[in-house]
Design a protein around this ligand. Sequence first.
Ligand code: ADP
Ligand code: MG
Length: 718
Amino acid sequence: MKPPAKIPPATLAKLAKLGIHHRADLLLHLPLRYEDETHLTPIGALDAGVTAQVQGVISHCEVMFRPRRSLICRLQEGNEELTLRFLNFYPSQQKQLAVGKTIRAIGEVRMGYFGLEMVHPKCRAVDDDTPLQQSLTPIYPTTAGLAQPVLRKLIMNALEAIPLTDTLPPALLQKLHLADFGDSLRLLHNPTPDISASTLEARSHAAWRRIKFDELLAQQLSMRVHHRERSKHIAPGLKPQRKLTEALLAKLPFTLTKAQQKVWREISADLAQAHPMQRLLLGDVGSGKTIVAALAALQAIENGYQVAFMAPTEILAEQHYLKLREWLLPLGIEPVWLSGSLKKKEKTAAAERISSGDTLLAIGTHALFQASVEFNKLGLVIVDEQHKFGVQQRLALRNKGKTEATSLLPPSRGKAGMGVDSVSTPASTPTLTLPLHGGGNMHEPHQLMMSATPIPRTLAMSYYADLDVSVIDELPPGRTPIVTKLVSDARREEVFERVRAACLQGRQAYWVCPLIEESDAMEVELQNAIETHQQLSEALPELNVGLAHGRLPPAEKAAVMAAFKSGALQLLVATTVIEVGVDVPNASLMVIDHAERMGLAQLHQLRGRVGRGAAESLCVLLFQQPVSELARARLKIIFENTDGFIIAQQDLQLRGPGELLGARQSGVAMLRFADIREDEDILEQARQIADELLRDLPDVARAHLQRWMANKHDFLQV
Ligand code: ADP
Ligand code: MG
C-alpha cells in the first residue's frame, strides 16, 4: 500500500464538510451524475432539453448589460450557431472565449431569445485534434472551494491505494448474483466507455446494486447486533401468574380481538424471559393498544415489579391514567400520576410513593423520568406513541442519564464510520436501561414501545430491525366506517349546519384548527383557535362549545377534555393537541380546518378520533384554495383510503422515508445509496443474509461491519 499523500488542512476541512473523515470514506463518495465528454454532437443536431458536448469557433463575444450584465458568445460550427450565455464571469473567461478560438462546451441546451443556447456551459479551449474523453466524467457532490478535479484526484488515489477486497465470500456473491465490490466501486468512479450515463444515474446498474446491498446489509447487521447485545442483558423473568390479568379480562365489557390476543401472547411470553423485552407494538389508531399495555403492566405487577407508563403529551398520559385507574382500581391497584405540571409537593409525594415501592404503577409524561424519581423495583417500561418523543427529549434523557444513575437513560451507542452513523443509532427506538435498586444485580426493565404511526412493511423492516415487532392488524368489531368528505371553505356555513344537526341529535363533534408552520406558529395557531371558537360559538348559539389548545394550563385543559368526555360540551374546538390518543366514543363528527396544510399521518390520526362508537361517523376535510399539487395528492389519498398502512405506503411514495419519519429521527433517511421505496427487494435480501451471516459466518459479518461502520484506522492524515 502506498503511503497517502499529505492533504492540505484547508482541503481536509472541506472534505469534512462532505462527511469524508477517513481516506476510505473517499471510496464511497460516489458520483451524483456523469458528464458525457466521450463524443461531440453537431450544433445543427441539438434539441432543447438535452445535455450535450459541442465544438466550434467563437464568432462573436460581447458583454451585454440588459436585462442584466452577461457575457454572450456565439459558437459557430459550419453554418450552425449556438449562443453561450454567462451571467457571472471572470475576465479570464472572457479572454478564453475570444473570437477565433476553438472551444469545446458541455451543458444543457435550452430555447433562448436568440434561438438555442447554453447557460454557463463548461468550456475549454481545444485544438481540432484534442482527443475526446474515453469514459464518462464523474461529477461528485462537493462543497464551495473544492473543485471537481481536486476531488476526483483524491478519490482516484484512494482507489489505487486502498485494497478493495470483498467482504463477502464468492459463493454468496454467486448465489445472490452480486457483482464484486472492488469492480463495482471502480466502475462507478470510472465507468468503462460502453456504459451510458443514464443507466448509472438511474442507479439500476449491477454496480449500484452491489453498493446498495452492502449498505443495507451493514444496516441490518448493525441493528441485529444491537438487538443481540441487548438481549444478553439480564431482566427479571416476569412469569404469567394469570391472577390479575385474568381478573381484568373477566371484567372487560368486550373480548379481545384475535389480533389483540396474538400480540398479548407474544408480549406475555417475552416478559417471562430473563432478558429484557425489546418489543414494538404497532397498531392503527383505535386498534386497542391500551388494553394490551394494561395487561402487560399487570403481568409485571403480579410478579411484584413496578411499571412506568410514559406518554408524550399530558393529555394522552392523563387519558391513560384515567383509563387504567378505571380498569385497575377494582383489582386493588392504584396508579400514581406524575407530570411536569404537578405542584412540587404533589410531585414529591408521587416520587415518594414510587421510591418506597408503595405503588407499582406510575403513569405520566417524560417528567416521570426527569424528576428525581427513583424506582424501587422497576420491571417494565411502556412508552406510548414512542415516535412522538423528539430527538431533543431523547437526548435530554440520555444526557441526564450520564449524571444520574437513577434515571432512565438510553444507552449511548457506538458511532459508526463511513457516514452511516445513523444506521447504528436509529433514534426512533429509544431504549431505556435502568439499573434496579436493591437487588445488587444490574437488572434492566423490559420495554414495550407502542406506535399508531402505521409504517409500511419495508420501512418497518429497515427502521425497526433492532426490535421485535407485534402488529395489531384488525380493529375491534362494531365500528361503523368513517365517511370522509372534501369540502371547499367556500361552503363553511353548510358545515356549521351539519355540526348543529349532529349535536342536536345528541352526537358530539371536533373542530380542528389549522396548523401553522411559521416561526410564531404558537401565537398564530392560538389566535386562530380563539377566533374559530368565537365564530362557532356565535354561529351555533344553542351548543356548548369548548376550546382546547396547547397553551391552556394543564388543569384547564384537563377540565375541558373531561367536560367533552362527559358530554357537557358538544363541540370541541381544538388545535392539533387532540391528535393523539383522545378517546370519546360519542364523538362522531370531525371537521378539519385547512386540511390542505396537514400531513397524511396527521390527517389519519385526527380522523381516527371519530368512528369509535356505533354511530356512523363523518370526517369533513375543509380546504382552502389554492391547494398545492402535493396537498391535492394528500387529500386524494386520505379521501380514498381508510387503512393506515395503505396511507403510510402512499405517503412513503409521496415524500420519501426521511420526511415520513421525520428526517432527523430516521436512520433510514440517512441511507446514502439505497432507497427503500425502490430497493425493497434488495432490503429483503439483505435482511435475510444478515441473519444467515450472523448465524453461520460471524467473521464475514464482522468484516462487513468493519468496512461500513468502523473505518477509524485509515486516517486521511498519517
Ligand atoms: P389505540 O390503539 O389507538 O390506543 P385504544 O386502546 O384507545 O386504541 O382503543 C380504542 C377504543 O377501543 C377504546 O375505547 C377501547 O376501550 C376500545 N377497545 C379496545 N379493544 C376492544 C375490543 N377488543 N373490543 C371492543 N372495543 C375495544
Ligand atoms: Mg392509544
